[in-house]
Design a protein around this ligand. Structure first.
Ligand code: PNS
Length: 164
């Protein structure tokens, strides 16, 4: 039987507990999941792509269980091209609320047009993370608000270091 390999693409600037929730839900569905971190320096990220990958690599062992392999890699260019190169058959994306749907639908249809053999698989995030996004976390944290429980402890510590 061929390997069920998926990519979970995103900016992950930074990884949130919402992302971790989606990865956990993907574990039983695939043999290998590649957490694909978009190299997007033009977006002026808080963390460099190397920092984001390193953070995710440190945190993943906390959620790993069973047979599914978790791999972290970065990419530039099209998600569909990266998925094809890595021989993935699925692109995993999380949906938090109806407001995510239109954007995600457009991306899924475009990705399908670019690479018809790869399906986008949508997973519903847990209700408690339905409002959690990397951008909101950065904004709240930068303005002195608490993000405890919404991002991994290590992410919170690294965000604190960035603000110093
Ligand atoms: O975490 P994000 O920022 O919501 O992730 C968005 C991401 C990285 C999945 C999307 O911007 C993307 O796929 N970018 C790569 C360029 C690309 O393939 N664009 C066309 C998608 S239809």
């Amino acid at each position: 039987m061929s390997l069920r390999r998926a990519i979970f693409p995103g900016s992950f600037d930074p990884l949130t507990n919402g992302h971790l929730d989606i990865i956990k839900r993907s574990l039983p569905l695939f043999d290998e999941i590649i957490i694909a971190v978009l190299n997007n320096p033009e977006k002026n990220p808080m963390f460099s792509v190397e920092e984001r990958c390193a953070l995710i690599r440190q945190i993943l062992p906390e959620i790993k269980n069973g047979e599914c392999d978790l791999v972290v890699d970065s990419f530039s260019g099209l998600t569909a091209d990266f998925a094809r190169k890595r021989k993935a058959t699925a692109i995993v994306r999380g949906i938090r609320a109806v407001s995510d749907y239109e954007y995600e639908l457009r991306m899924a249809l475009m990705n399908r047009r670019l690479e018809p053999s790869i399906e986008t698989v949508f997973l519903m995030a847990a209700e408690e993370y339905s409002y959690v996004s990397s951008n909101l976390m950065k904004q709240v944290f930068t303005l002195g608000g608490r993000v405890e429980g919404l991002v991994p402890t290590l992410v919170e510590a690294k965000m604190r270091e960035k603000l110093k």
